[in-house]
Design a protein around this ligand. Structure first.
Ligand code: GDP
Ligand code: MG
Length: 606
C-alpha cells in the first residue's frame, strides 16, 4: 500500500462510552469481520469482557473502498484504564489521528480529559464522535458543544452516531480517510532507508513466544532480517511479519507507515519492551523518543496457604504474567508465610485483574498481602526504594542517621455533578488530597465540576474508588497519573502477635493515620486468630511502642474439665476430636503460638 493510502488511528474514550462497540461496527462495515460475528472482537481476554474493559490493546487492519480508491486503515486499540497510561501513549505514538468518543448521555468524563490530553500531546488529528444518540436520554447537541468548547475543536467536525445501531458509522469511516493525515512520506524508497520500528504492544503465543506489534516509522522489515532491540541490545532474526486482520495474516514485508506484527523468537514477553525501537543490525539508528522502562507502582506478596504448594503457585504466577510485560515477579520469603513471590503492578486495577485470574486458574488458596506502593528512603546520601514494608527502617534506624522519607503522589481528576461536591471534597481530604483546581464544565446539565487533586498513591490503592462511587451514587468519574515523590511523615507499623512481629503484616502508613490503621488491624486479627492455651496479646506498634492492643483470652485449659471421672468414653472422644481438629490446621510457628496460615487467608479476604 502506498503511504498516502494508509490511515493509522485509534479510538479513545472514557470506559463504557462505546469503544469496543464502535470498533466492531468499523470492522463489519469494512468486511473485516462478518456482522454479528463475535461481539467485541478486540477484547481478547476473558476478564476484559467480564469487566467490560480492555486491559491489553489489540489492533486490526481494514481495507476500505472510498471514492474509487482503496485505503488501508489501521485501528490501533488502546488499553481503557488509567493504570496503563504509558501503554496508551505508546499506542498513540503509532497513530496520526484519533476518534474521541463521548457518550451523548454522559458527556465528558475524567478519562475523556486524560485521553484527550495524551492524544493532543502527540499532535494527533482528533475527530470528536458523539455516541449513543439512539438513547432517549441522549443530548447530542449539548454534548457536542461541551466537547468543542472544552477541547477547542472545529465546530463542524463532531459526528453524532449510534455505534449500537450503526447510525452514521459510515460517516466515521469517511472522516478517517478525509481528515486524518497519512503517515509522512518516505524521503527515499523505503527499502533504502534504515529500519526504525516502534514496538507499541505485544502478546504471547505458546509456540512462538512474544509477538510484537510494531509501527514502521521508516524503512522496511522482512523475514530473515537480523534486528536489534534498542533498549536491551538483544539481537533477533525475523521469522515472520504480517498484519492483523484481525487474525494474523503473514505478508512478505512491512514497510514505512505500516502497522503489523513481528515474530522474531523473543521467548518471553518481558523481552518485548513497550516503546522500544527495533532496527536492523546492519543499520543502527537513534531511538524514537519517549521510551520508559516498566515501572510498577503497586506491590503485593503472593503466598500459598500450604507451603508445599509454592513451586506450583510460582509457576502459575509466571504463566499468568507471561502475556503481560508490565508485571514484575521476584521471590520473597517471610518468617510468617514462608516462601512466596513479590509481584509488581502498574496500578490497583492491574492487581485486581491479576488476583481474579489467579483465583480462577490456581486451584488452591492463595494469600495476597495488602498492596503497598514503593517508598523512597534517602539516608546518608544513599537513596533506596522500599517495596516490602518489613524492609522499611525502624524509628531508631531513622534517628541514627538523618533520613528523609518520601511517598509517591499522583495527579487525580474527578468530574462530578455539583450536588455531590461536598462529599467528594470531604473524601479527598480524608485521603490527604490537596485540591489544585476547581472548574465548572461548560454546557453541562446538571452542572458538573472538574476537580484536580494532588494525592498520595497509597491513599487510592485501597478501596478509594468504591468509596468515591458510593459517595456520589456512581456519578463521579475518576482518573489519575503518576506524578512525583513528596517528603512525608511515614512510619512503619509492626503487628505483634504474642510480642513477636509478623513481617508479612508490617505496613507503612502516614503518622496521622497510624492510630486508626492500628486499631483496625488489631481488631481484624483478633477475629481470625484461634484461641490458644494461654492469653495472646495482639498489638500494633511503631518501633517498640505499642499504640493499639487486643487480647485473645486463653482457651479452657482442659477440655475434659467438668466431665467427672468414670466417663472414659466421652473423655477419649473429646480428646480425639481435639487432636483431629489440630491436625487439620496447617500451622506456622510465630513466637511460641501457632498461627494457621488460613488465618492470614481470612485476614486478607476480609
Ligand atoms: P467501551 O468500554 O468503551 O469499550 O464500551 P462498550 O463498547 O463495551 O459499550 C458499553 C456499553 O454501551 C455496552 O453495553 C454497549 O452495548 C453500549 N453501547 C455502545 N454503543 C451504544 C450505542 O450507540 N447505543 C446504545 N444504546 N448503547 C451503546
Ligand atoms: Mg471495551
Amino acid at each position: 500500500y502506498p503511504t498516502e493510502k494508509i490511515r493509522n488511528f485509534s479510538v479513545v474514550a472514557h470506559i463504557d462510552h462505546g469503544k469496543s462497540t464502535l470498533s466492531d461496527r468499523l470492522l463489519e462495515l469494512t468486511n473485516t469481520i462478518k456482522p454479528g460475528q463475535n461481539q467485541q472482537v478486540l477484547d481478547k481476554l476473558e476478564v476484559e469482557r467480564e469487566r467490560g474493559i480492555t486491559v491489553k490493546a489489540n489492533s486490526s487492519s481494514m481495507l476500505y473502498d472510498y471514492k474509487g480508491d482503496k485505503y488501508l486503515l489501521n485501528l490501533i486499540d488502546t488499553p481503557g484504564h488509567v493504570d496503563f497510561s504509558y501503554e496508551v501513549s505508546r499506542s498513540l505514538g503509532a497513530c496520526d489521528g484519533a476518534l474521541l468518543l463521548v457518550d451523548a448521555t454522559q458527556g465528558i468524563q475524567a478519562q475523556t480529559l486524560s485521553v484527550f490530553e495524551l492524544a493532543s500531546q502527540r499532535n494527533l488529528k482528533i475527530i470528536p464522535v458523539i455516541n449513543k444518540i439512539d438513547l432517549p436520554a441522549a443530548e447530542p447537541d449539548a454534548v457536542i458543544e461541551q466537547v468543542l468548547m472544552q477541547f477547542d475543536l472545529d465546530i463542524d467536525s463532531a459526528l453524532p452516531i449510534s455505534a449500537k445501531s450503526g447510525l452514521n458509522v459510515e460517516k466515521v469511516l469517511h472522516a478517517i480517510v478525509d481528515q486524518i493525515p497519512p503517515p509522512p512520506p518516505s524521503p527515499t524508497p523505503p527499502r533504502q532507508q534504515p529500519l526504525k520500528a516502534l514496538l507499541f504492544d505485544s502478546y504471547f503465543d505458546k509456540f512462538r513466544g512474544a509477538v510484537s506489534l510494531i509501527k514502521i516509522e521508516s524503512g522496511s522489515i522482512q523475514k530473515g532480517d537480523v534486528v536489534v532491540s534498542h533498549h536491551s541490545k538483544s539481537r533477533y532474526t525475523v521469522g515472520e511479519v504480517g498484519v492483523l486482520n484481525p487474525a494474523e495474516k503473514p505478508t512478505t514485508h512491512l514497510q514505512h507507515g505500516q502497522v503489523g506484527y513481528l515474530v522474531c523468537g523473543m521467548k518471553e514477553s518481558s523481552e518485548a519492551h513497550i516503546g522500544d525501537t527495533i532496527y536492523k543490525q546492519s543499520q543502527p539508528v537513534e531511538p524514537l523518543p519517549g521510551f520508559q522502562p516498566v515501572k510498577p507502582m503497586v506491590f503485593a506478596g503472593v503466598f500459598p496457604v500450604d507451603n508445599k504448594d509454592f513451586l506450583r503457585l510460582e509457576e502459575n504466577v509466571k504463566r499468568l504474567t507471561l502475556n503481560d510485560p508490565s508485571v514484575t515477579v521476584n521471590r520473597e520469603s517471610s518468617n510468617a508465610l514462608g516462601q512466596g513471590c513479590r509481584v509488581g503492578f502498574l496500578g490497583q486495577l492491574h492487581l485486581d485483574v491479576f488476583r481474579q485470574r489467579l483465583e480462577d486458574e490456581h486451584d488452591s488458596e492463595v494469600i495476597i498481602t495488602a498492596p503497598t506502593v514503593p517508598y523512597k528512603v534517602i539516608q546518608g546520601g544513599e537513596e533506596r526504594i522500599v517495596r516490602v514494608p518489613s524492609d522499611f527502617p525502624e524509628p531508631h534506624e531513622l534517628s541514627n542517621k538523618k533520613a528523609s522519607l518520601f511517598e509517591p503522589y499522583v495527579n487525580a481528576e474527578v468530574i462530578v455533578p455539583d450536588e455531590y461536591l461536598g462529599s467528594v471534597i470531604e473524601l479527598m481530604s480524608a485521603h490527604r488530597g490537596d485540591q489544585v483546581a476547581f472548574n465548572y464544565l461548560e454546557n453541562s446539565n446538571p452542572p458538573r465540576v472538574h476537580l484536580k487533586y494532588h494525592v498520595p498513591l497509597a491513599e487510592i490503592v485501597t478501596d478509594f474508588y468504591a468509596k468515591l462511587k458510593s459517595a456520589t451514587s456512581g456519578y463521579a468519574s475518576f482518573e489519575y497519573q503518576q506524578a512525583d515523590y513528596v517528603a512525608s511523615d511515614l512510619v512503619k507499623l509492626n503487628m505483634l502477635i504474642h510480642h513477636r512481629p509478623v513481617d508479612a503484616l508490617a505496613m507503612i502508613v502516614h503518622r496521622s493515620k497510624s492510630m486508626d490503621v492500628a486499631k483496625h488491624w488489631v481488631s481484624k486479627l483478633k477475629d481470625v486468630i484461634p484461641k490458644q492455651q494461654f492469653e495472646v496479646a495482639i498489638q500494633a506498634a511503631i518501633g517498640q511502642k505499642p499504640i493499639a492492643r487486643e487480647t485473645i483470652k486463653a482457651m479452657r485449659m482442659n477440655v475434659t474439665e467438668g466431665l467427672y471421672g468414670g466417663h472414659f468414653d466421652r473423655k477419649l472422644k473429646k480428646l480425639n476430636q481435639q487432636k483431629r481438629g489440630k491436625a487439620k490446621l496447617k500451622t506456622k510457628a510465630v513466637g511460641n503460638i501457632h498461627l494457621p496460615q488460613s488465618a492470614f487467608y481470612d485476614l486478607m479476604k476480609s
